[in-house]
Design a protein around this ligand. Sequence first.
Ligand code: F6R
Length: 629
Amino acid sequence: MCGIAGYLGPKDAAQVLLVALERLKYRGYDSAGLAVSEGGSLHLRRAAGKLQALSAKLDAQPVSGHCGIAHTRWATHGPPEERNSHPHLSYDGRIAVVHNGIIENHAALRRDLEADGVRFASDTDTEVIPHLLAKHYDGKDPLQALLRTLAMLEGAFAIAVAFADRTDRLLAARKGSPLLIGRGRDRPLRPGTQERQYTDGGTPWGERELLIASDLPALLPHASEYLPLEDGEIADLGPHGVRCYDFRGERREPRWRPVEITASAVSKGNYDSFMAKEIAEQPEVLARLIDSRLRDGRLVQPDLGIDLATIRHVVFLACGTSWHAALLGKRFLENLARVHVEVDISSEYRYRNPVAAGNTLVVAISQSGETADTLAGLRLAKSKFLPVVGLVNVVTSTIARESDGVLPLLAGPEIGVASTKAYTAQVMALYLFAAQIARAKGLLPHDAEDSCIAAARAMPDLVARTLQLCEPSVEECADLYAAAQATVFLGRGGEHPTALEGALKLKEIAYVHAVGYPAGEFKHGPIALVTRHLPVVCICPRDAMYEKMLSNIQEVKARAGRIIAVGDGADRDLRDLADQVLPVLRASDELLQPILSILPLQRYAYRVARLRDCDVDQPRNLAKSVTVE
Ligand code: F6R
């Protein structure tokens, strides 16, 4: 959590950094700040609250300069107040630091610094870093000061550093938390000369503008290439360009990659929120994903460096929404490939002593690829010599880089904090992966493979039509129940994960207490909650559990609960039982039905949140990438 950014180049640093923070605010948004180095001083602006507060402060007290760092915060140490906002300054005001992660030995370092007379201005763990840097900085060699400081820090961090006496230098370092360096295009040569064209009259920042960011979208539109820092790597940005070192000061060769996403992929376009845009993007996301897994109309065996035919057990590691997708992955693998599957919540797996049976494949599922608990689970699995595949959306992420093989989701940047398009892409990717394993094991004859492919290929259109079909009823239900204090979601079989996911969406963006339950289990206690004021969302498509689900709905109806059913809009029995029906179309393979069933629930959460005046893209207390434990 937290987003960091840095800029060194001819443009106005504060303006570039504000745009970068806008793109990073999904990582945390309870306060923000920046520091620009100009005229021998660091000019600091910070504000508690959303980014608009910092923007307003900059309007009132502008800063100019071409070299700076910035931060958007998700509080870990200390409440979201201005004094805890980043950047933090050293005791002598010469050094500014922004940080993402946690310095685990900050208390001991703080005690030592205080014993030396340093007065702290914040409650944060971060503040020890600028003070240590100041102690080690002789005014000549910023890199040495950083190396000495890094040697004292324990924990996970990504940091960026600016200096009052250097308007042409930024430092960055990474251990555990993600960090990218970007550089702009080479400037054109003046016609007929070997000189480069500078509109700004000088070259104090070298030939290309340079950037630092926690994530790729924040490097846009300035960077044409980027460099993901490895764990234990430092980047030194200055007129010399970018030099990389390890934490002992040994040079490392930077490996630049082209920036392939565009600025439009990270804007809202005509939508009022990223969440609305990302829900609407699901048909094209699924179509792209399915295409990527097929060649000449057949499933491609993914190049993971693993013989899929030998897999006997699969362990899924995931958190939150990705964990819900994993629950569906279990059904797919059991049904199609007859593989034994465990689904683990990463934060639990990492502290157990899991059995590393032979022929086990671990699949780490993560949209961001940076979730700290999933990453720790991956590392634990690798320490037990288990092969790990990362099912990730962000292919530059740490989980992607540390996995033995990667299954990309290709969903494009997901910026709304509530995961929507990445979820349905995860579910589809897991279905296709199960089919790929089944084929490798000889369990999927040609005609069965053809039906899987046909079922998958029909989904983008079914998703597009379901989104249209359900909207009027979604609106009606949202109007009726937006003020409800609580909502229960019930489903069976493949729709149990849908119930969990529907409840999570409503909780996280509309702040409605919601719980998802397996419908058959409801009578063992929670049914006591039912009153005529309680909306109960019953997910009841015409699948193998349909009859059982109808009986469970009867049980709720008998206790006067308000029934919102998700299912076939033309189903008379369902219509007779339910107060409202959110209609969904039918997938030709019922394993894929949950992709359709979740759509009205994503839209329902969105509409209820809007009616309750909630910020759907930036719900309170949350952040998109959970890079702390
Ligand atoms: C909910 C949501 C979270 C994430 C979870 C894991 O809408 O987005 O529950 O699913 O934090 O994140 P990733 O998938 O990035 O590991």
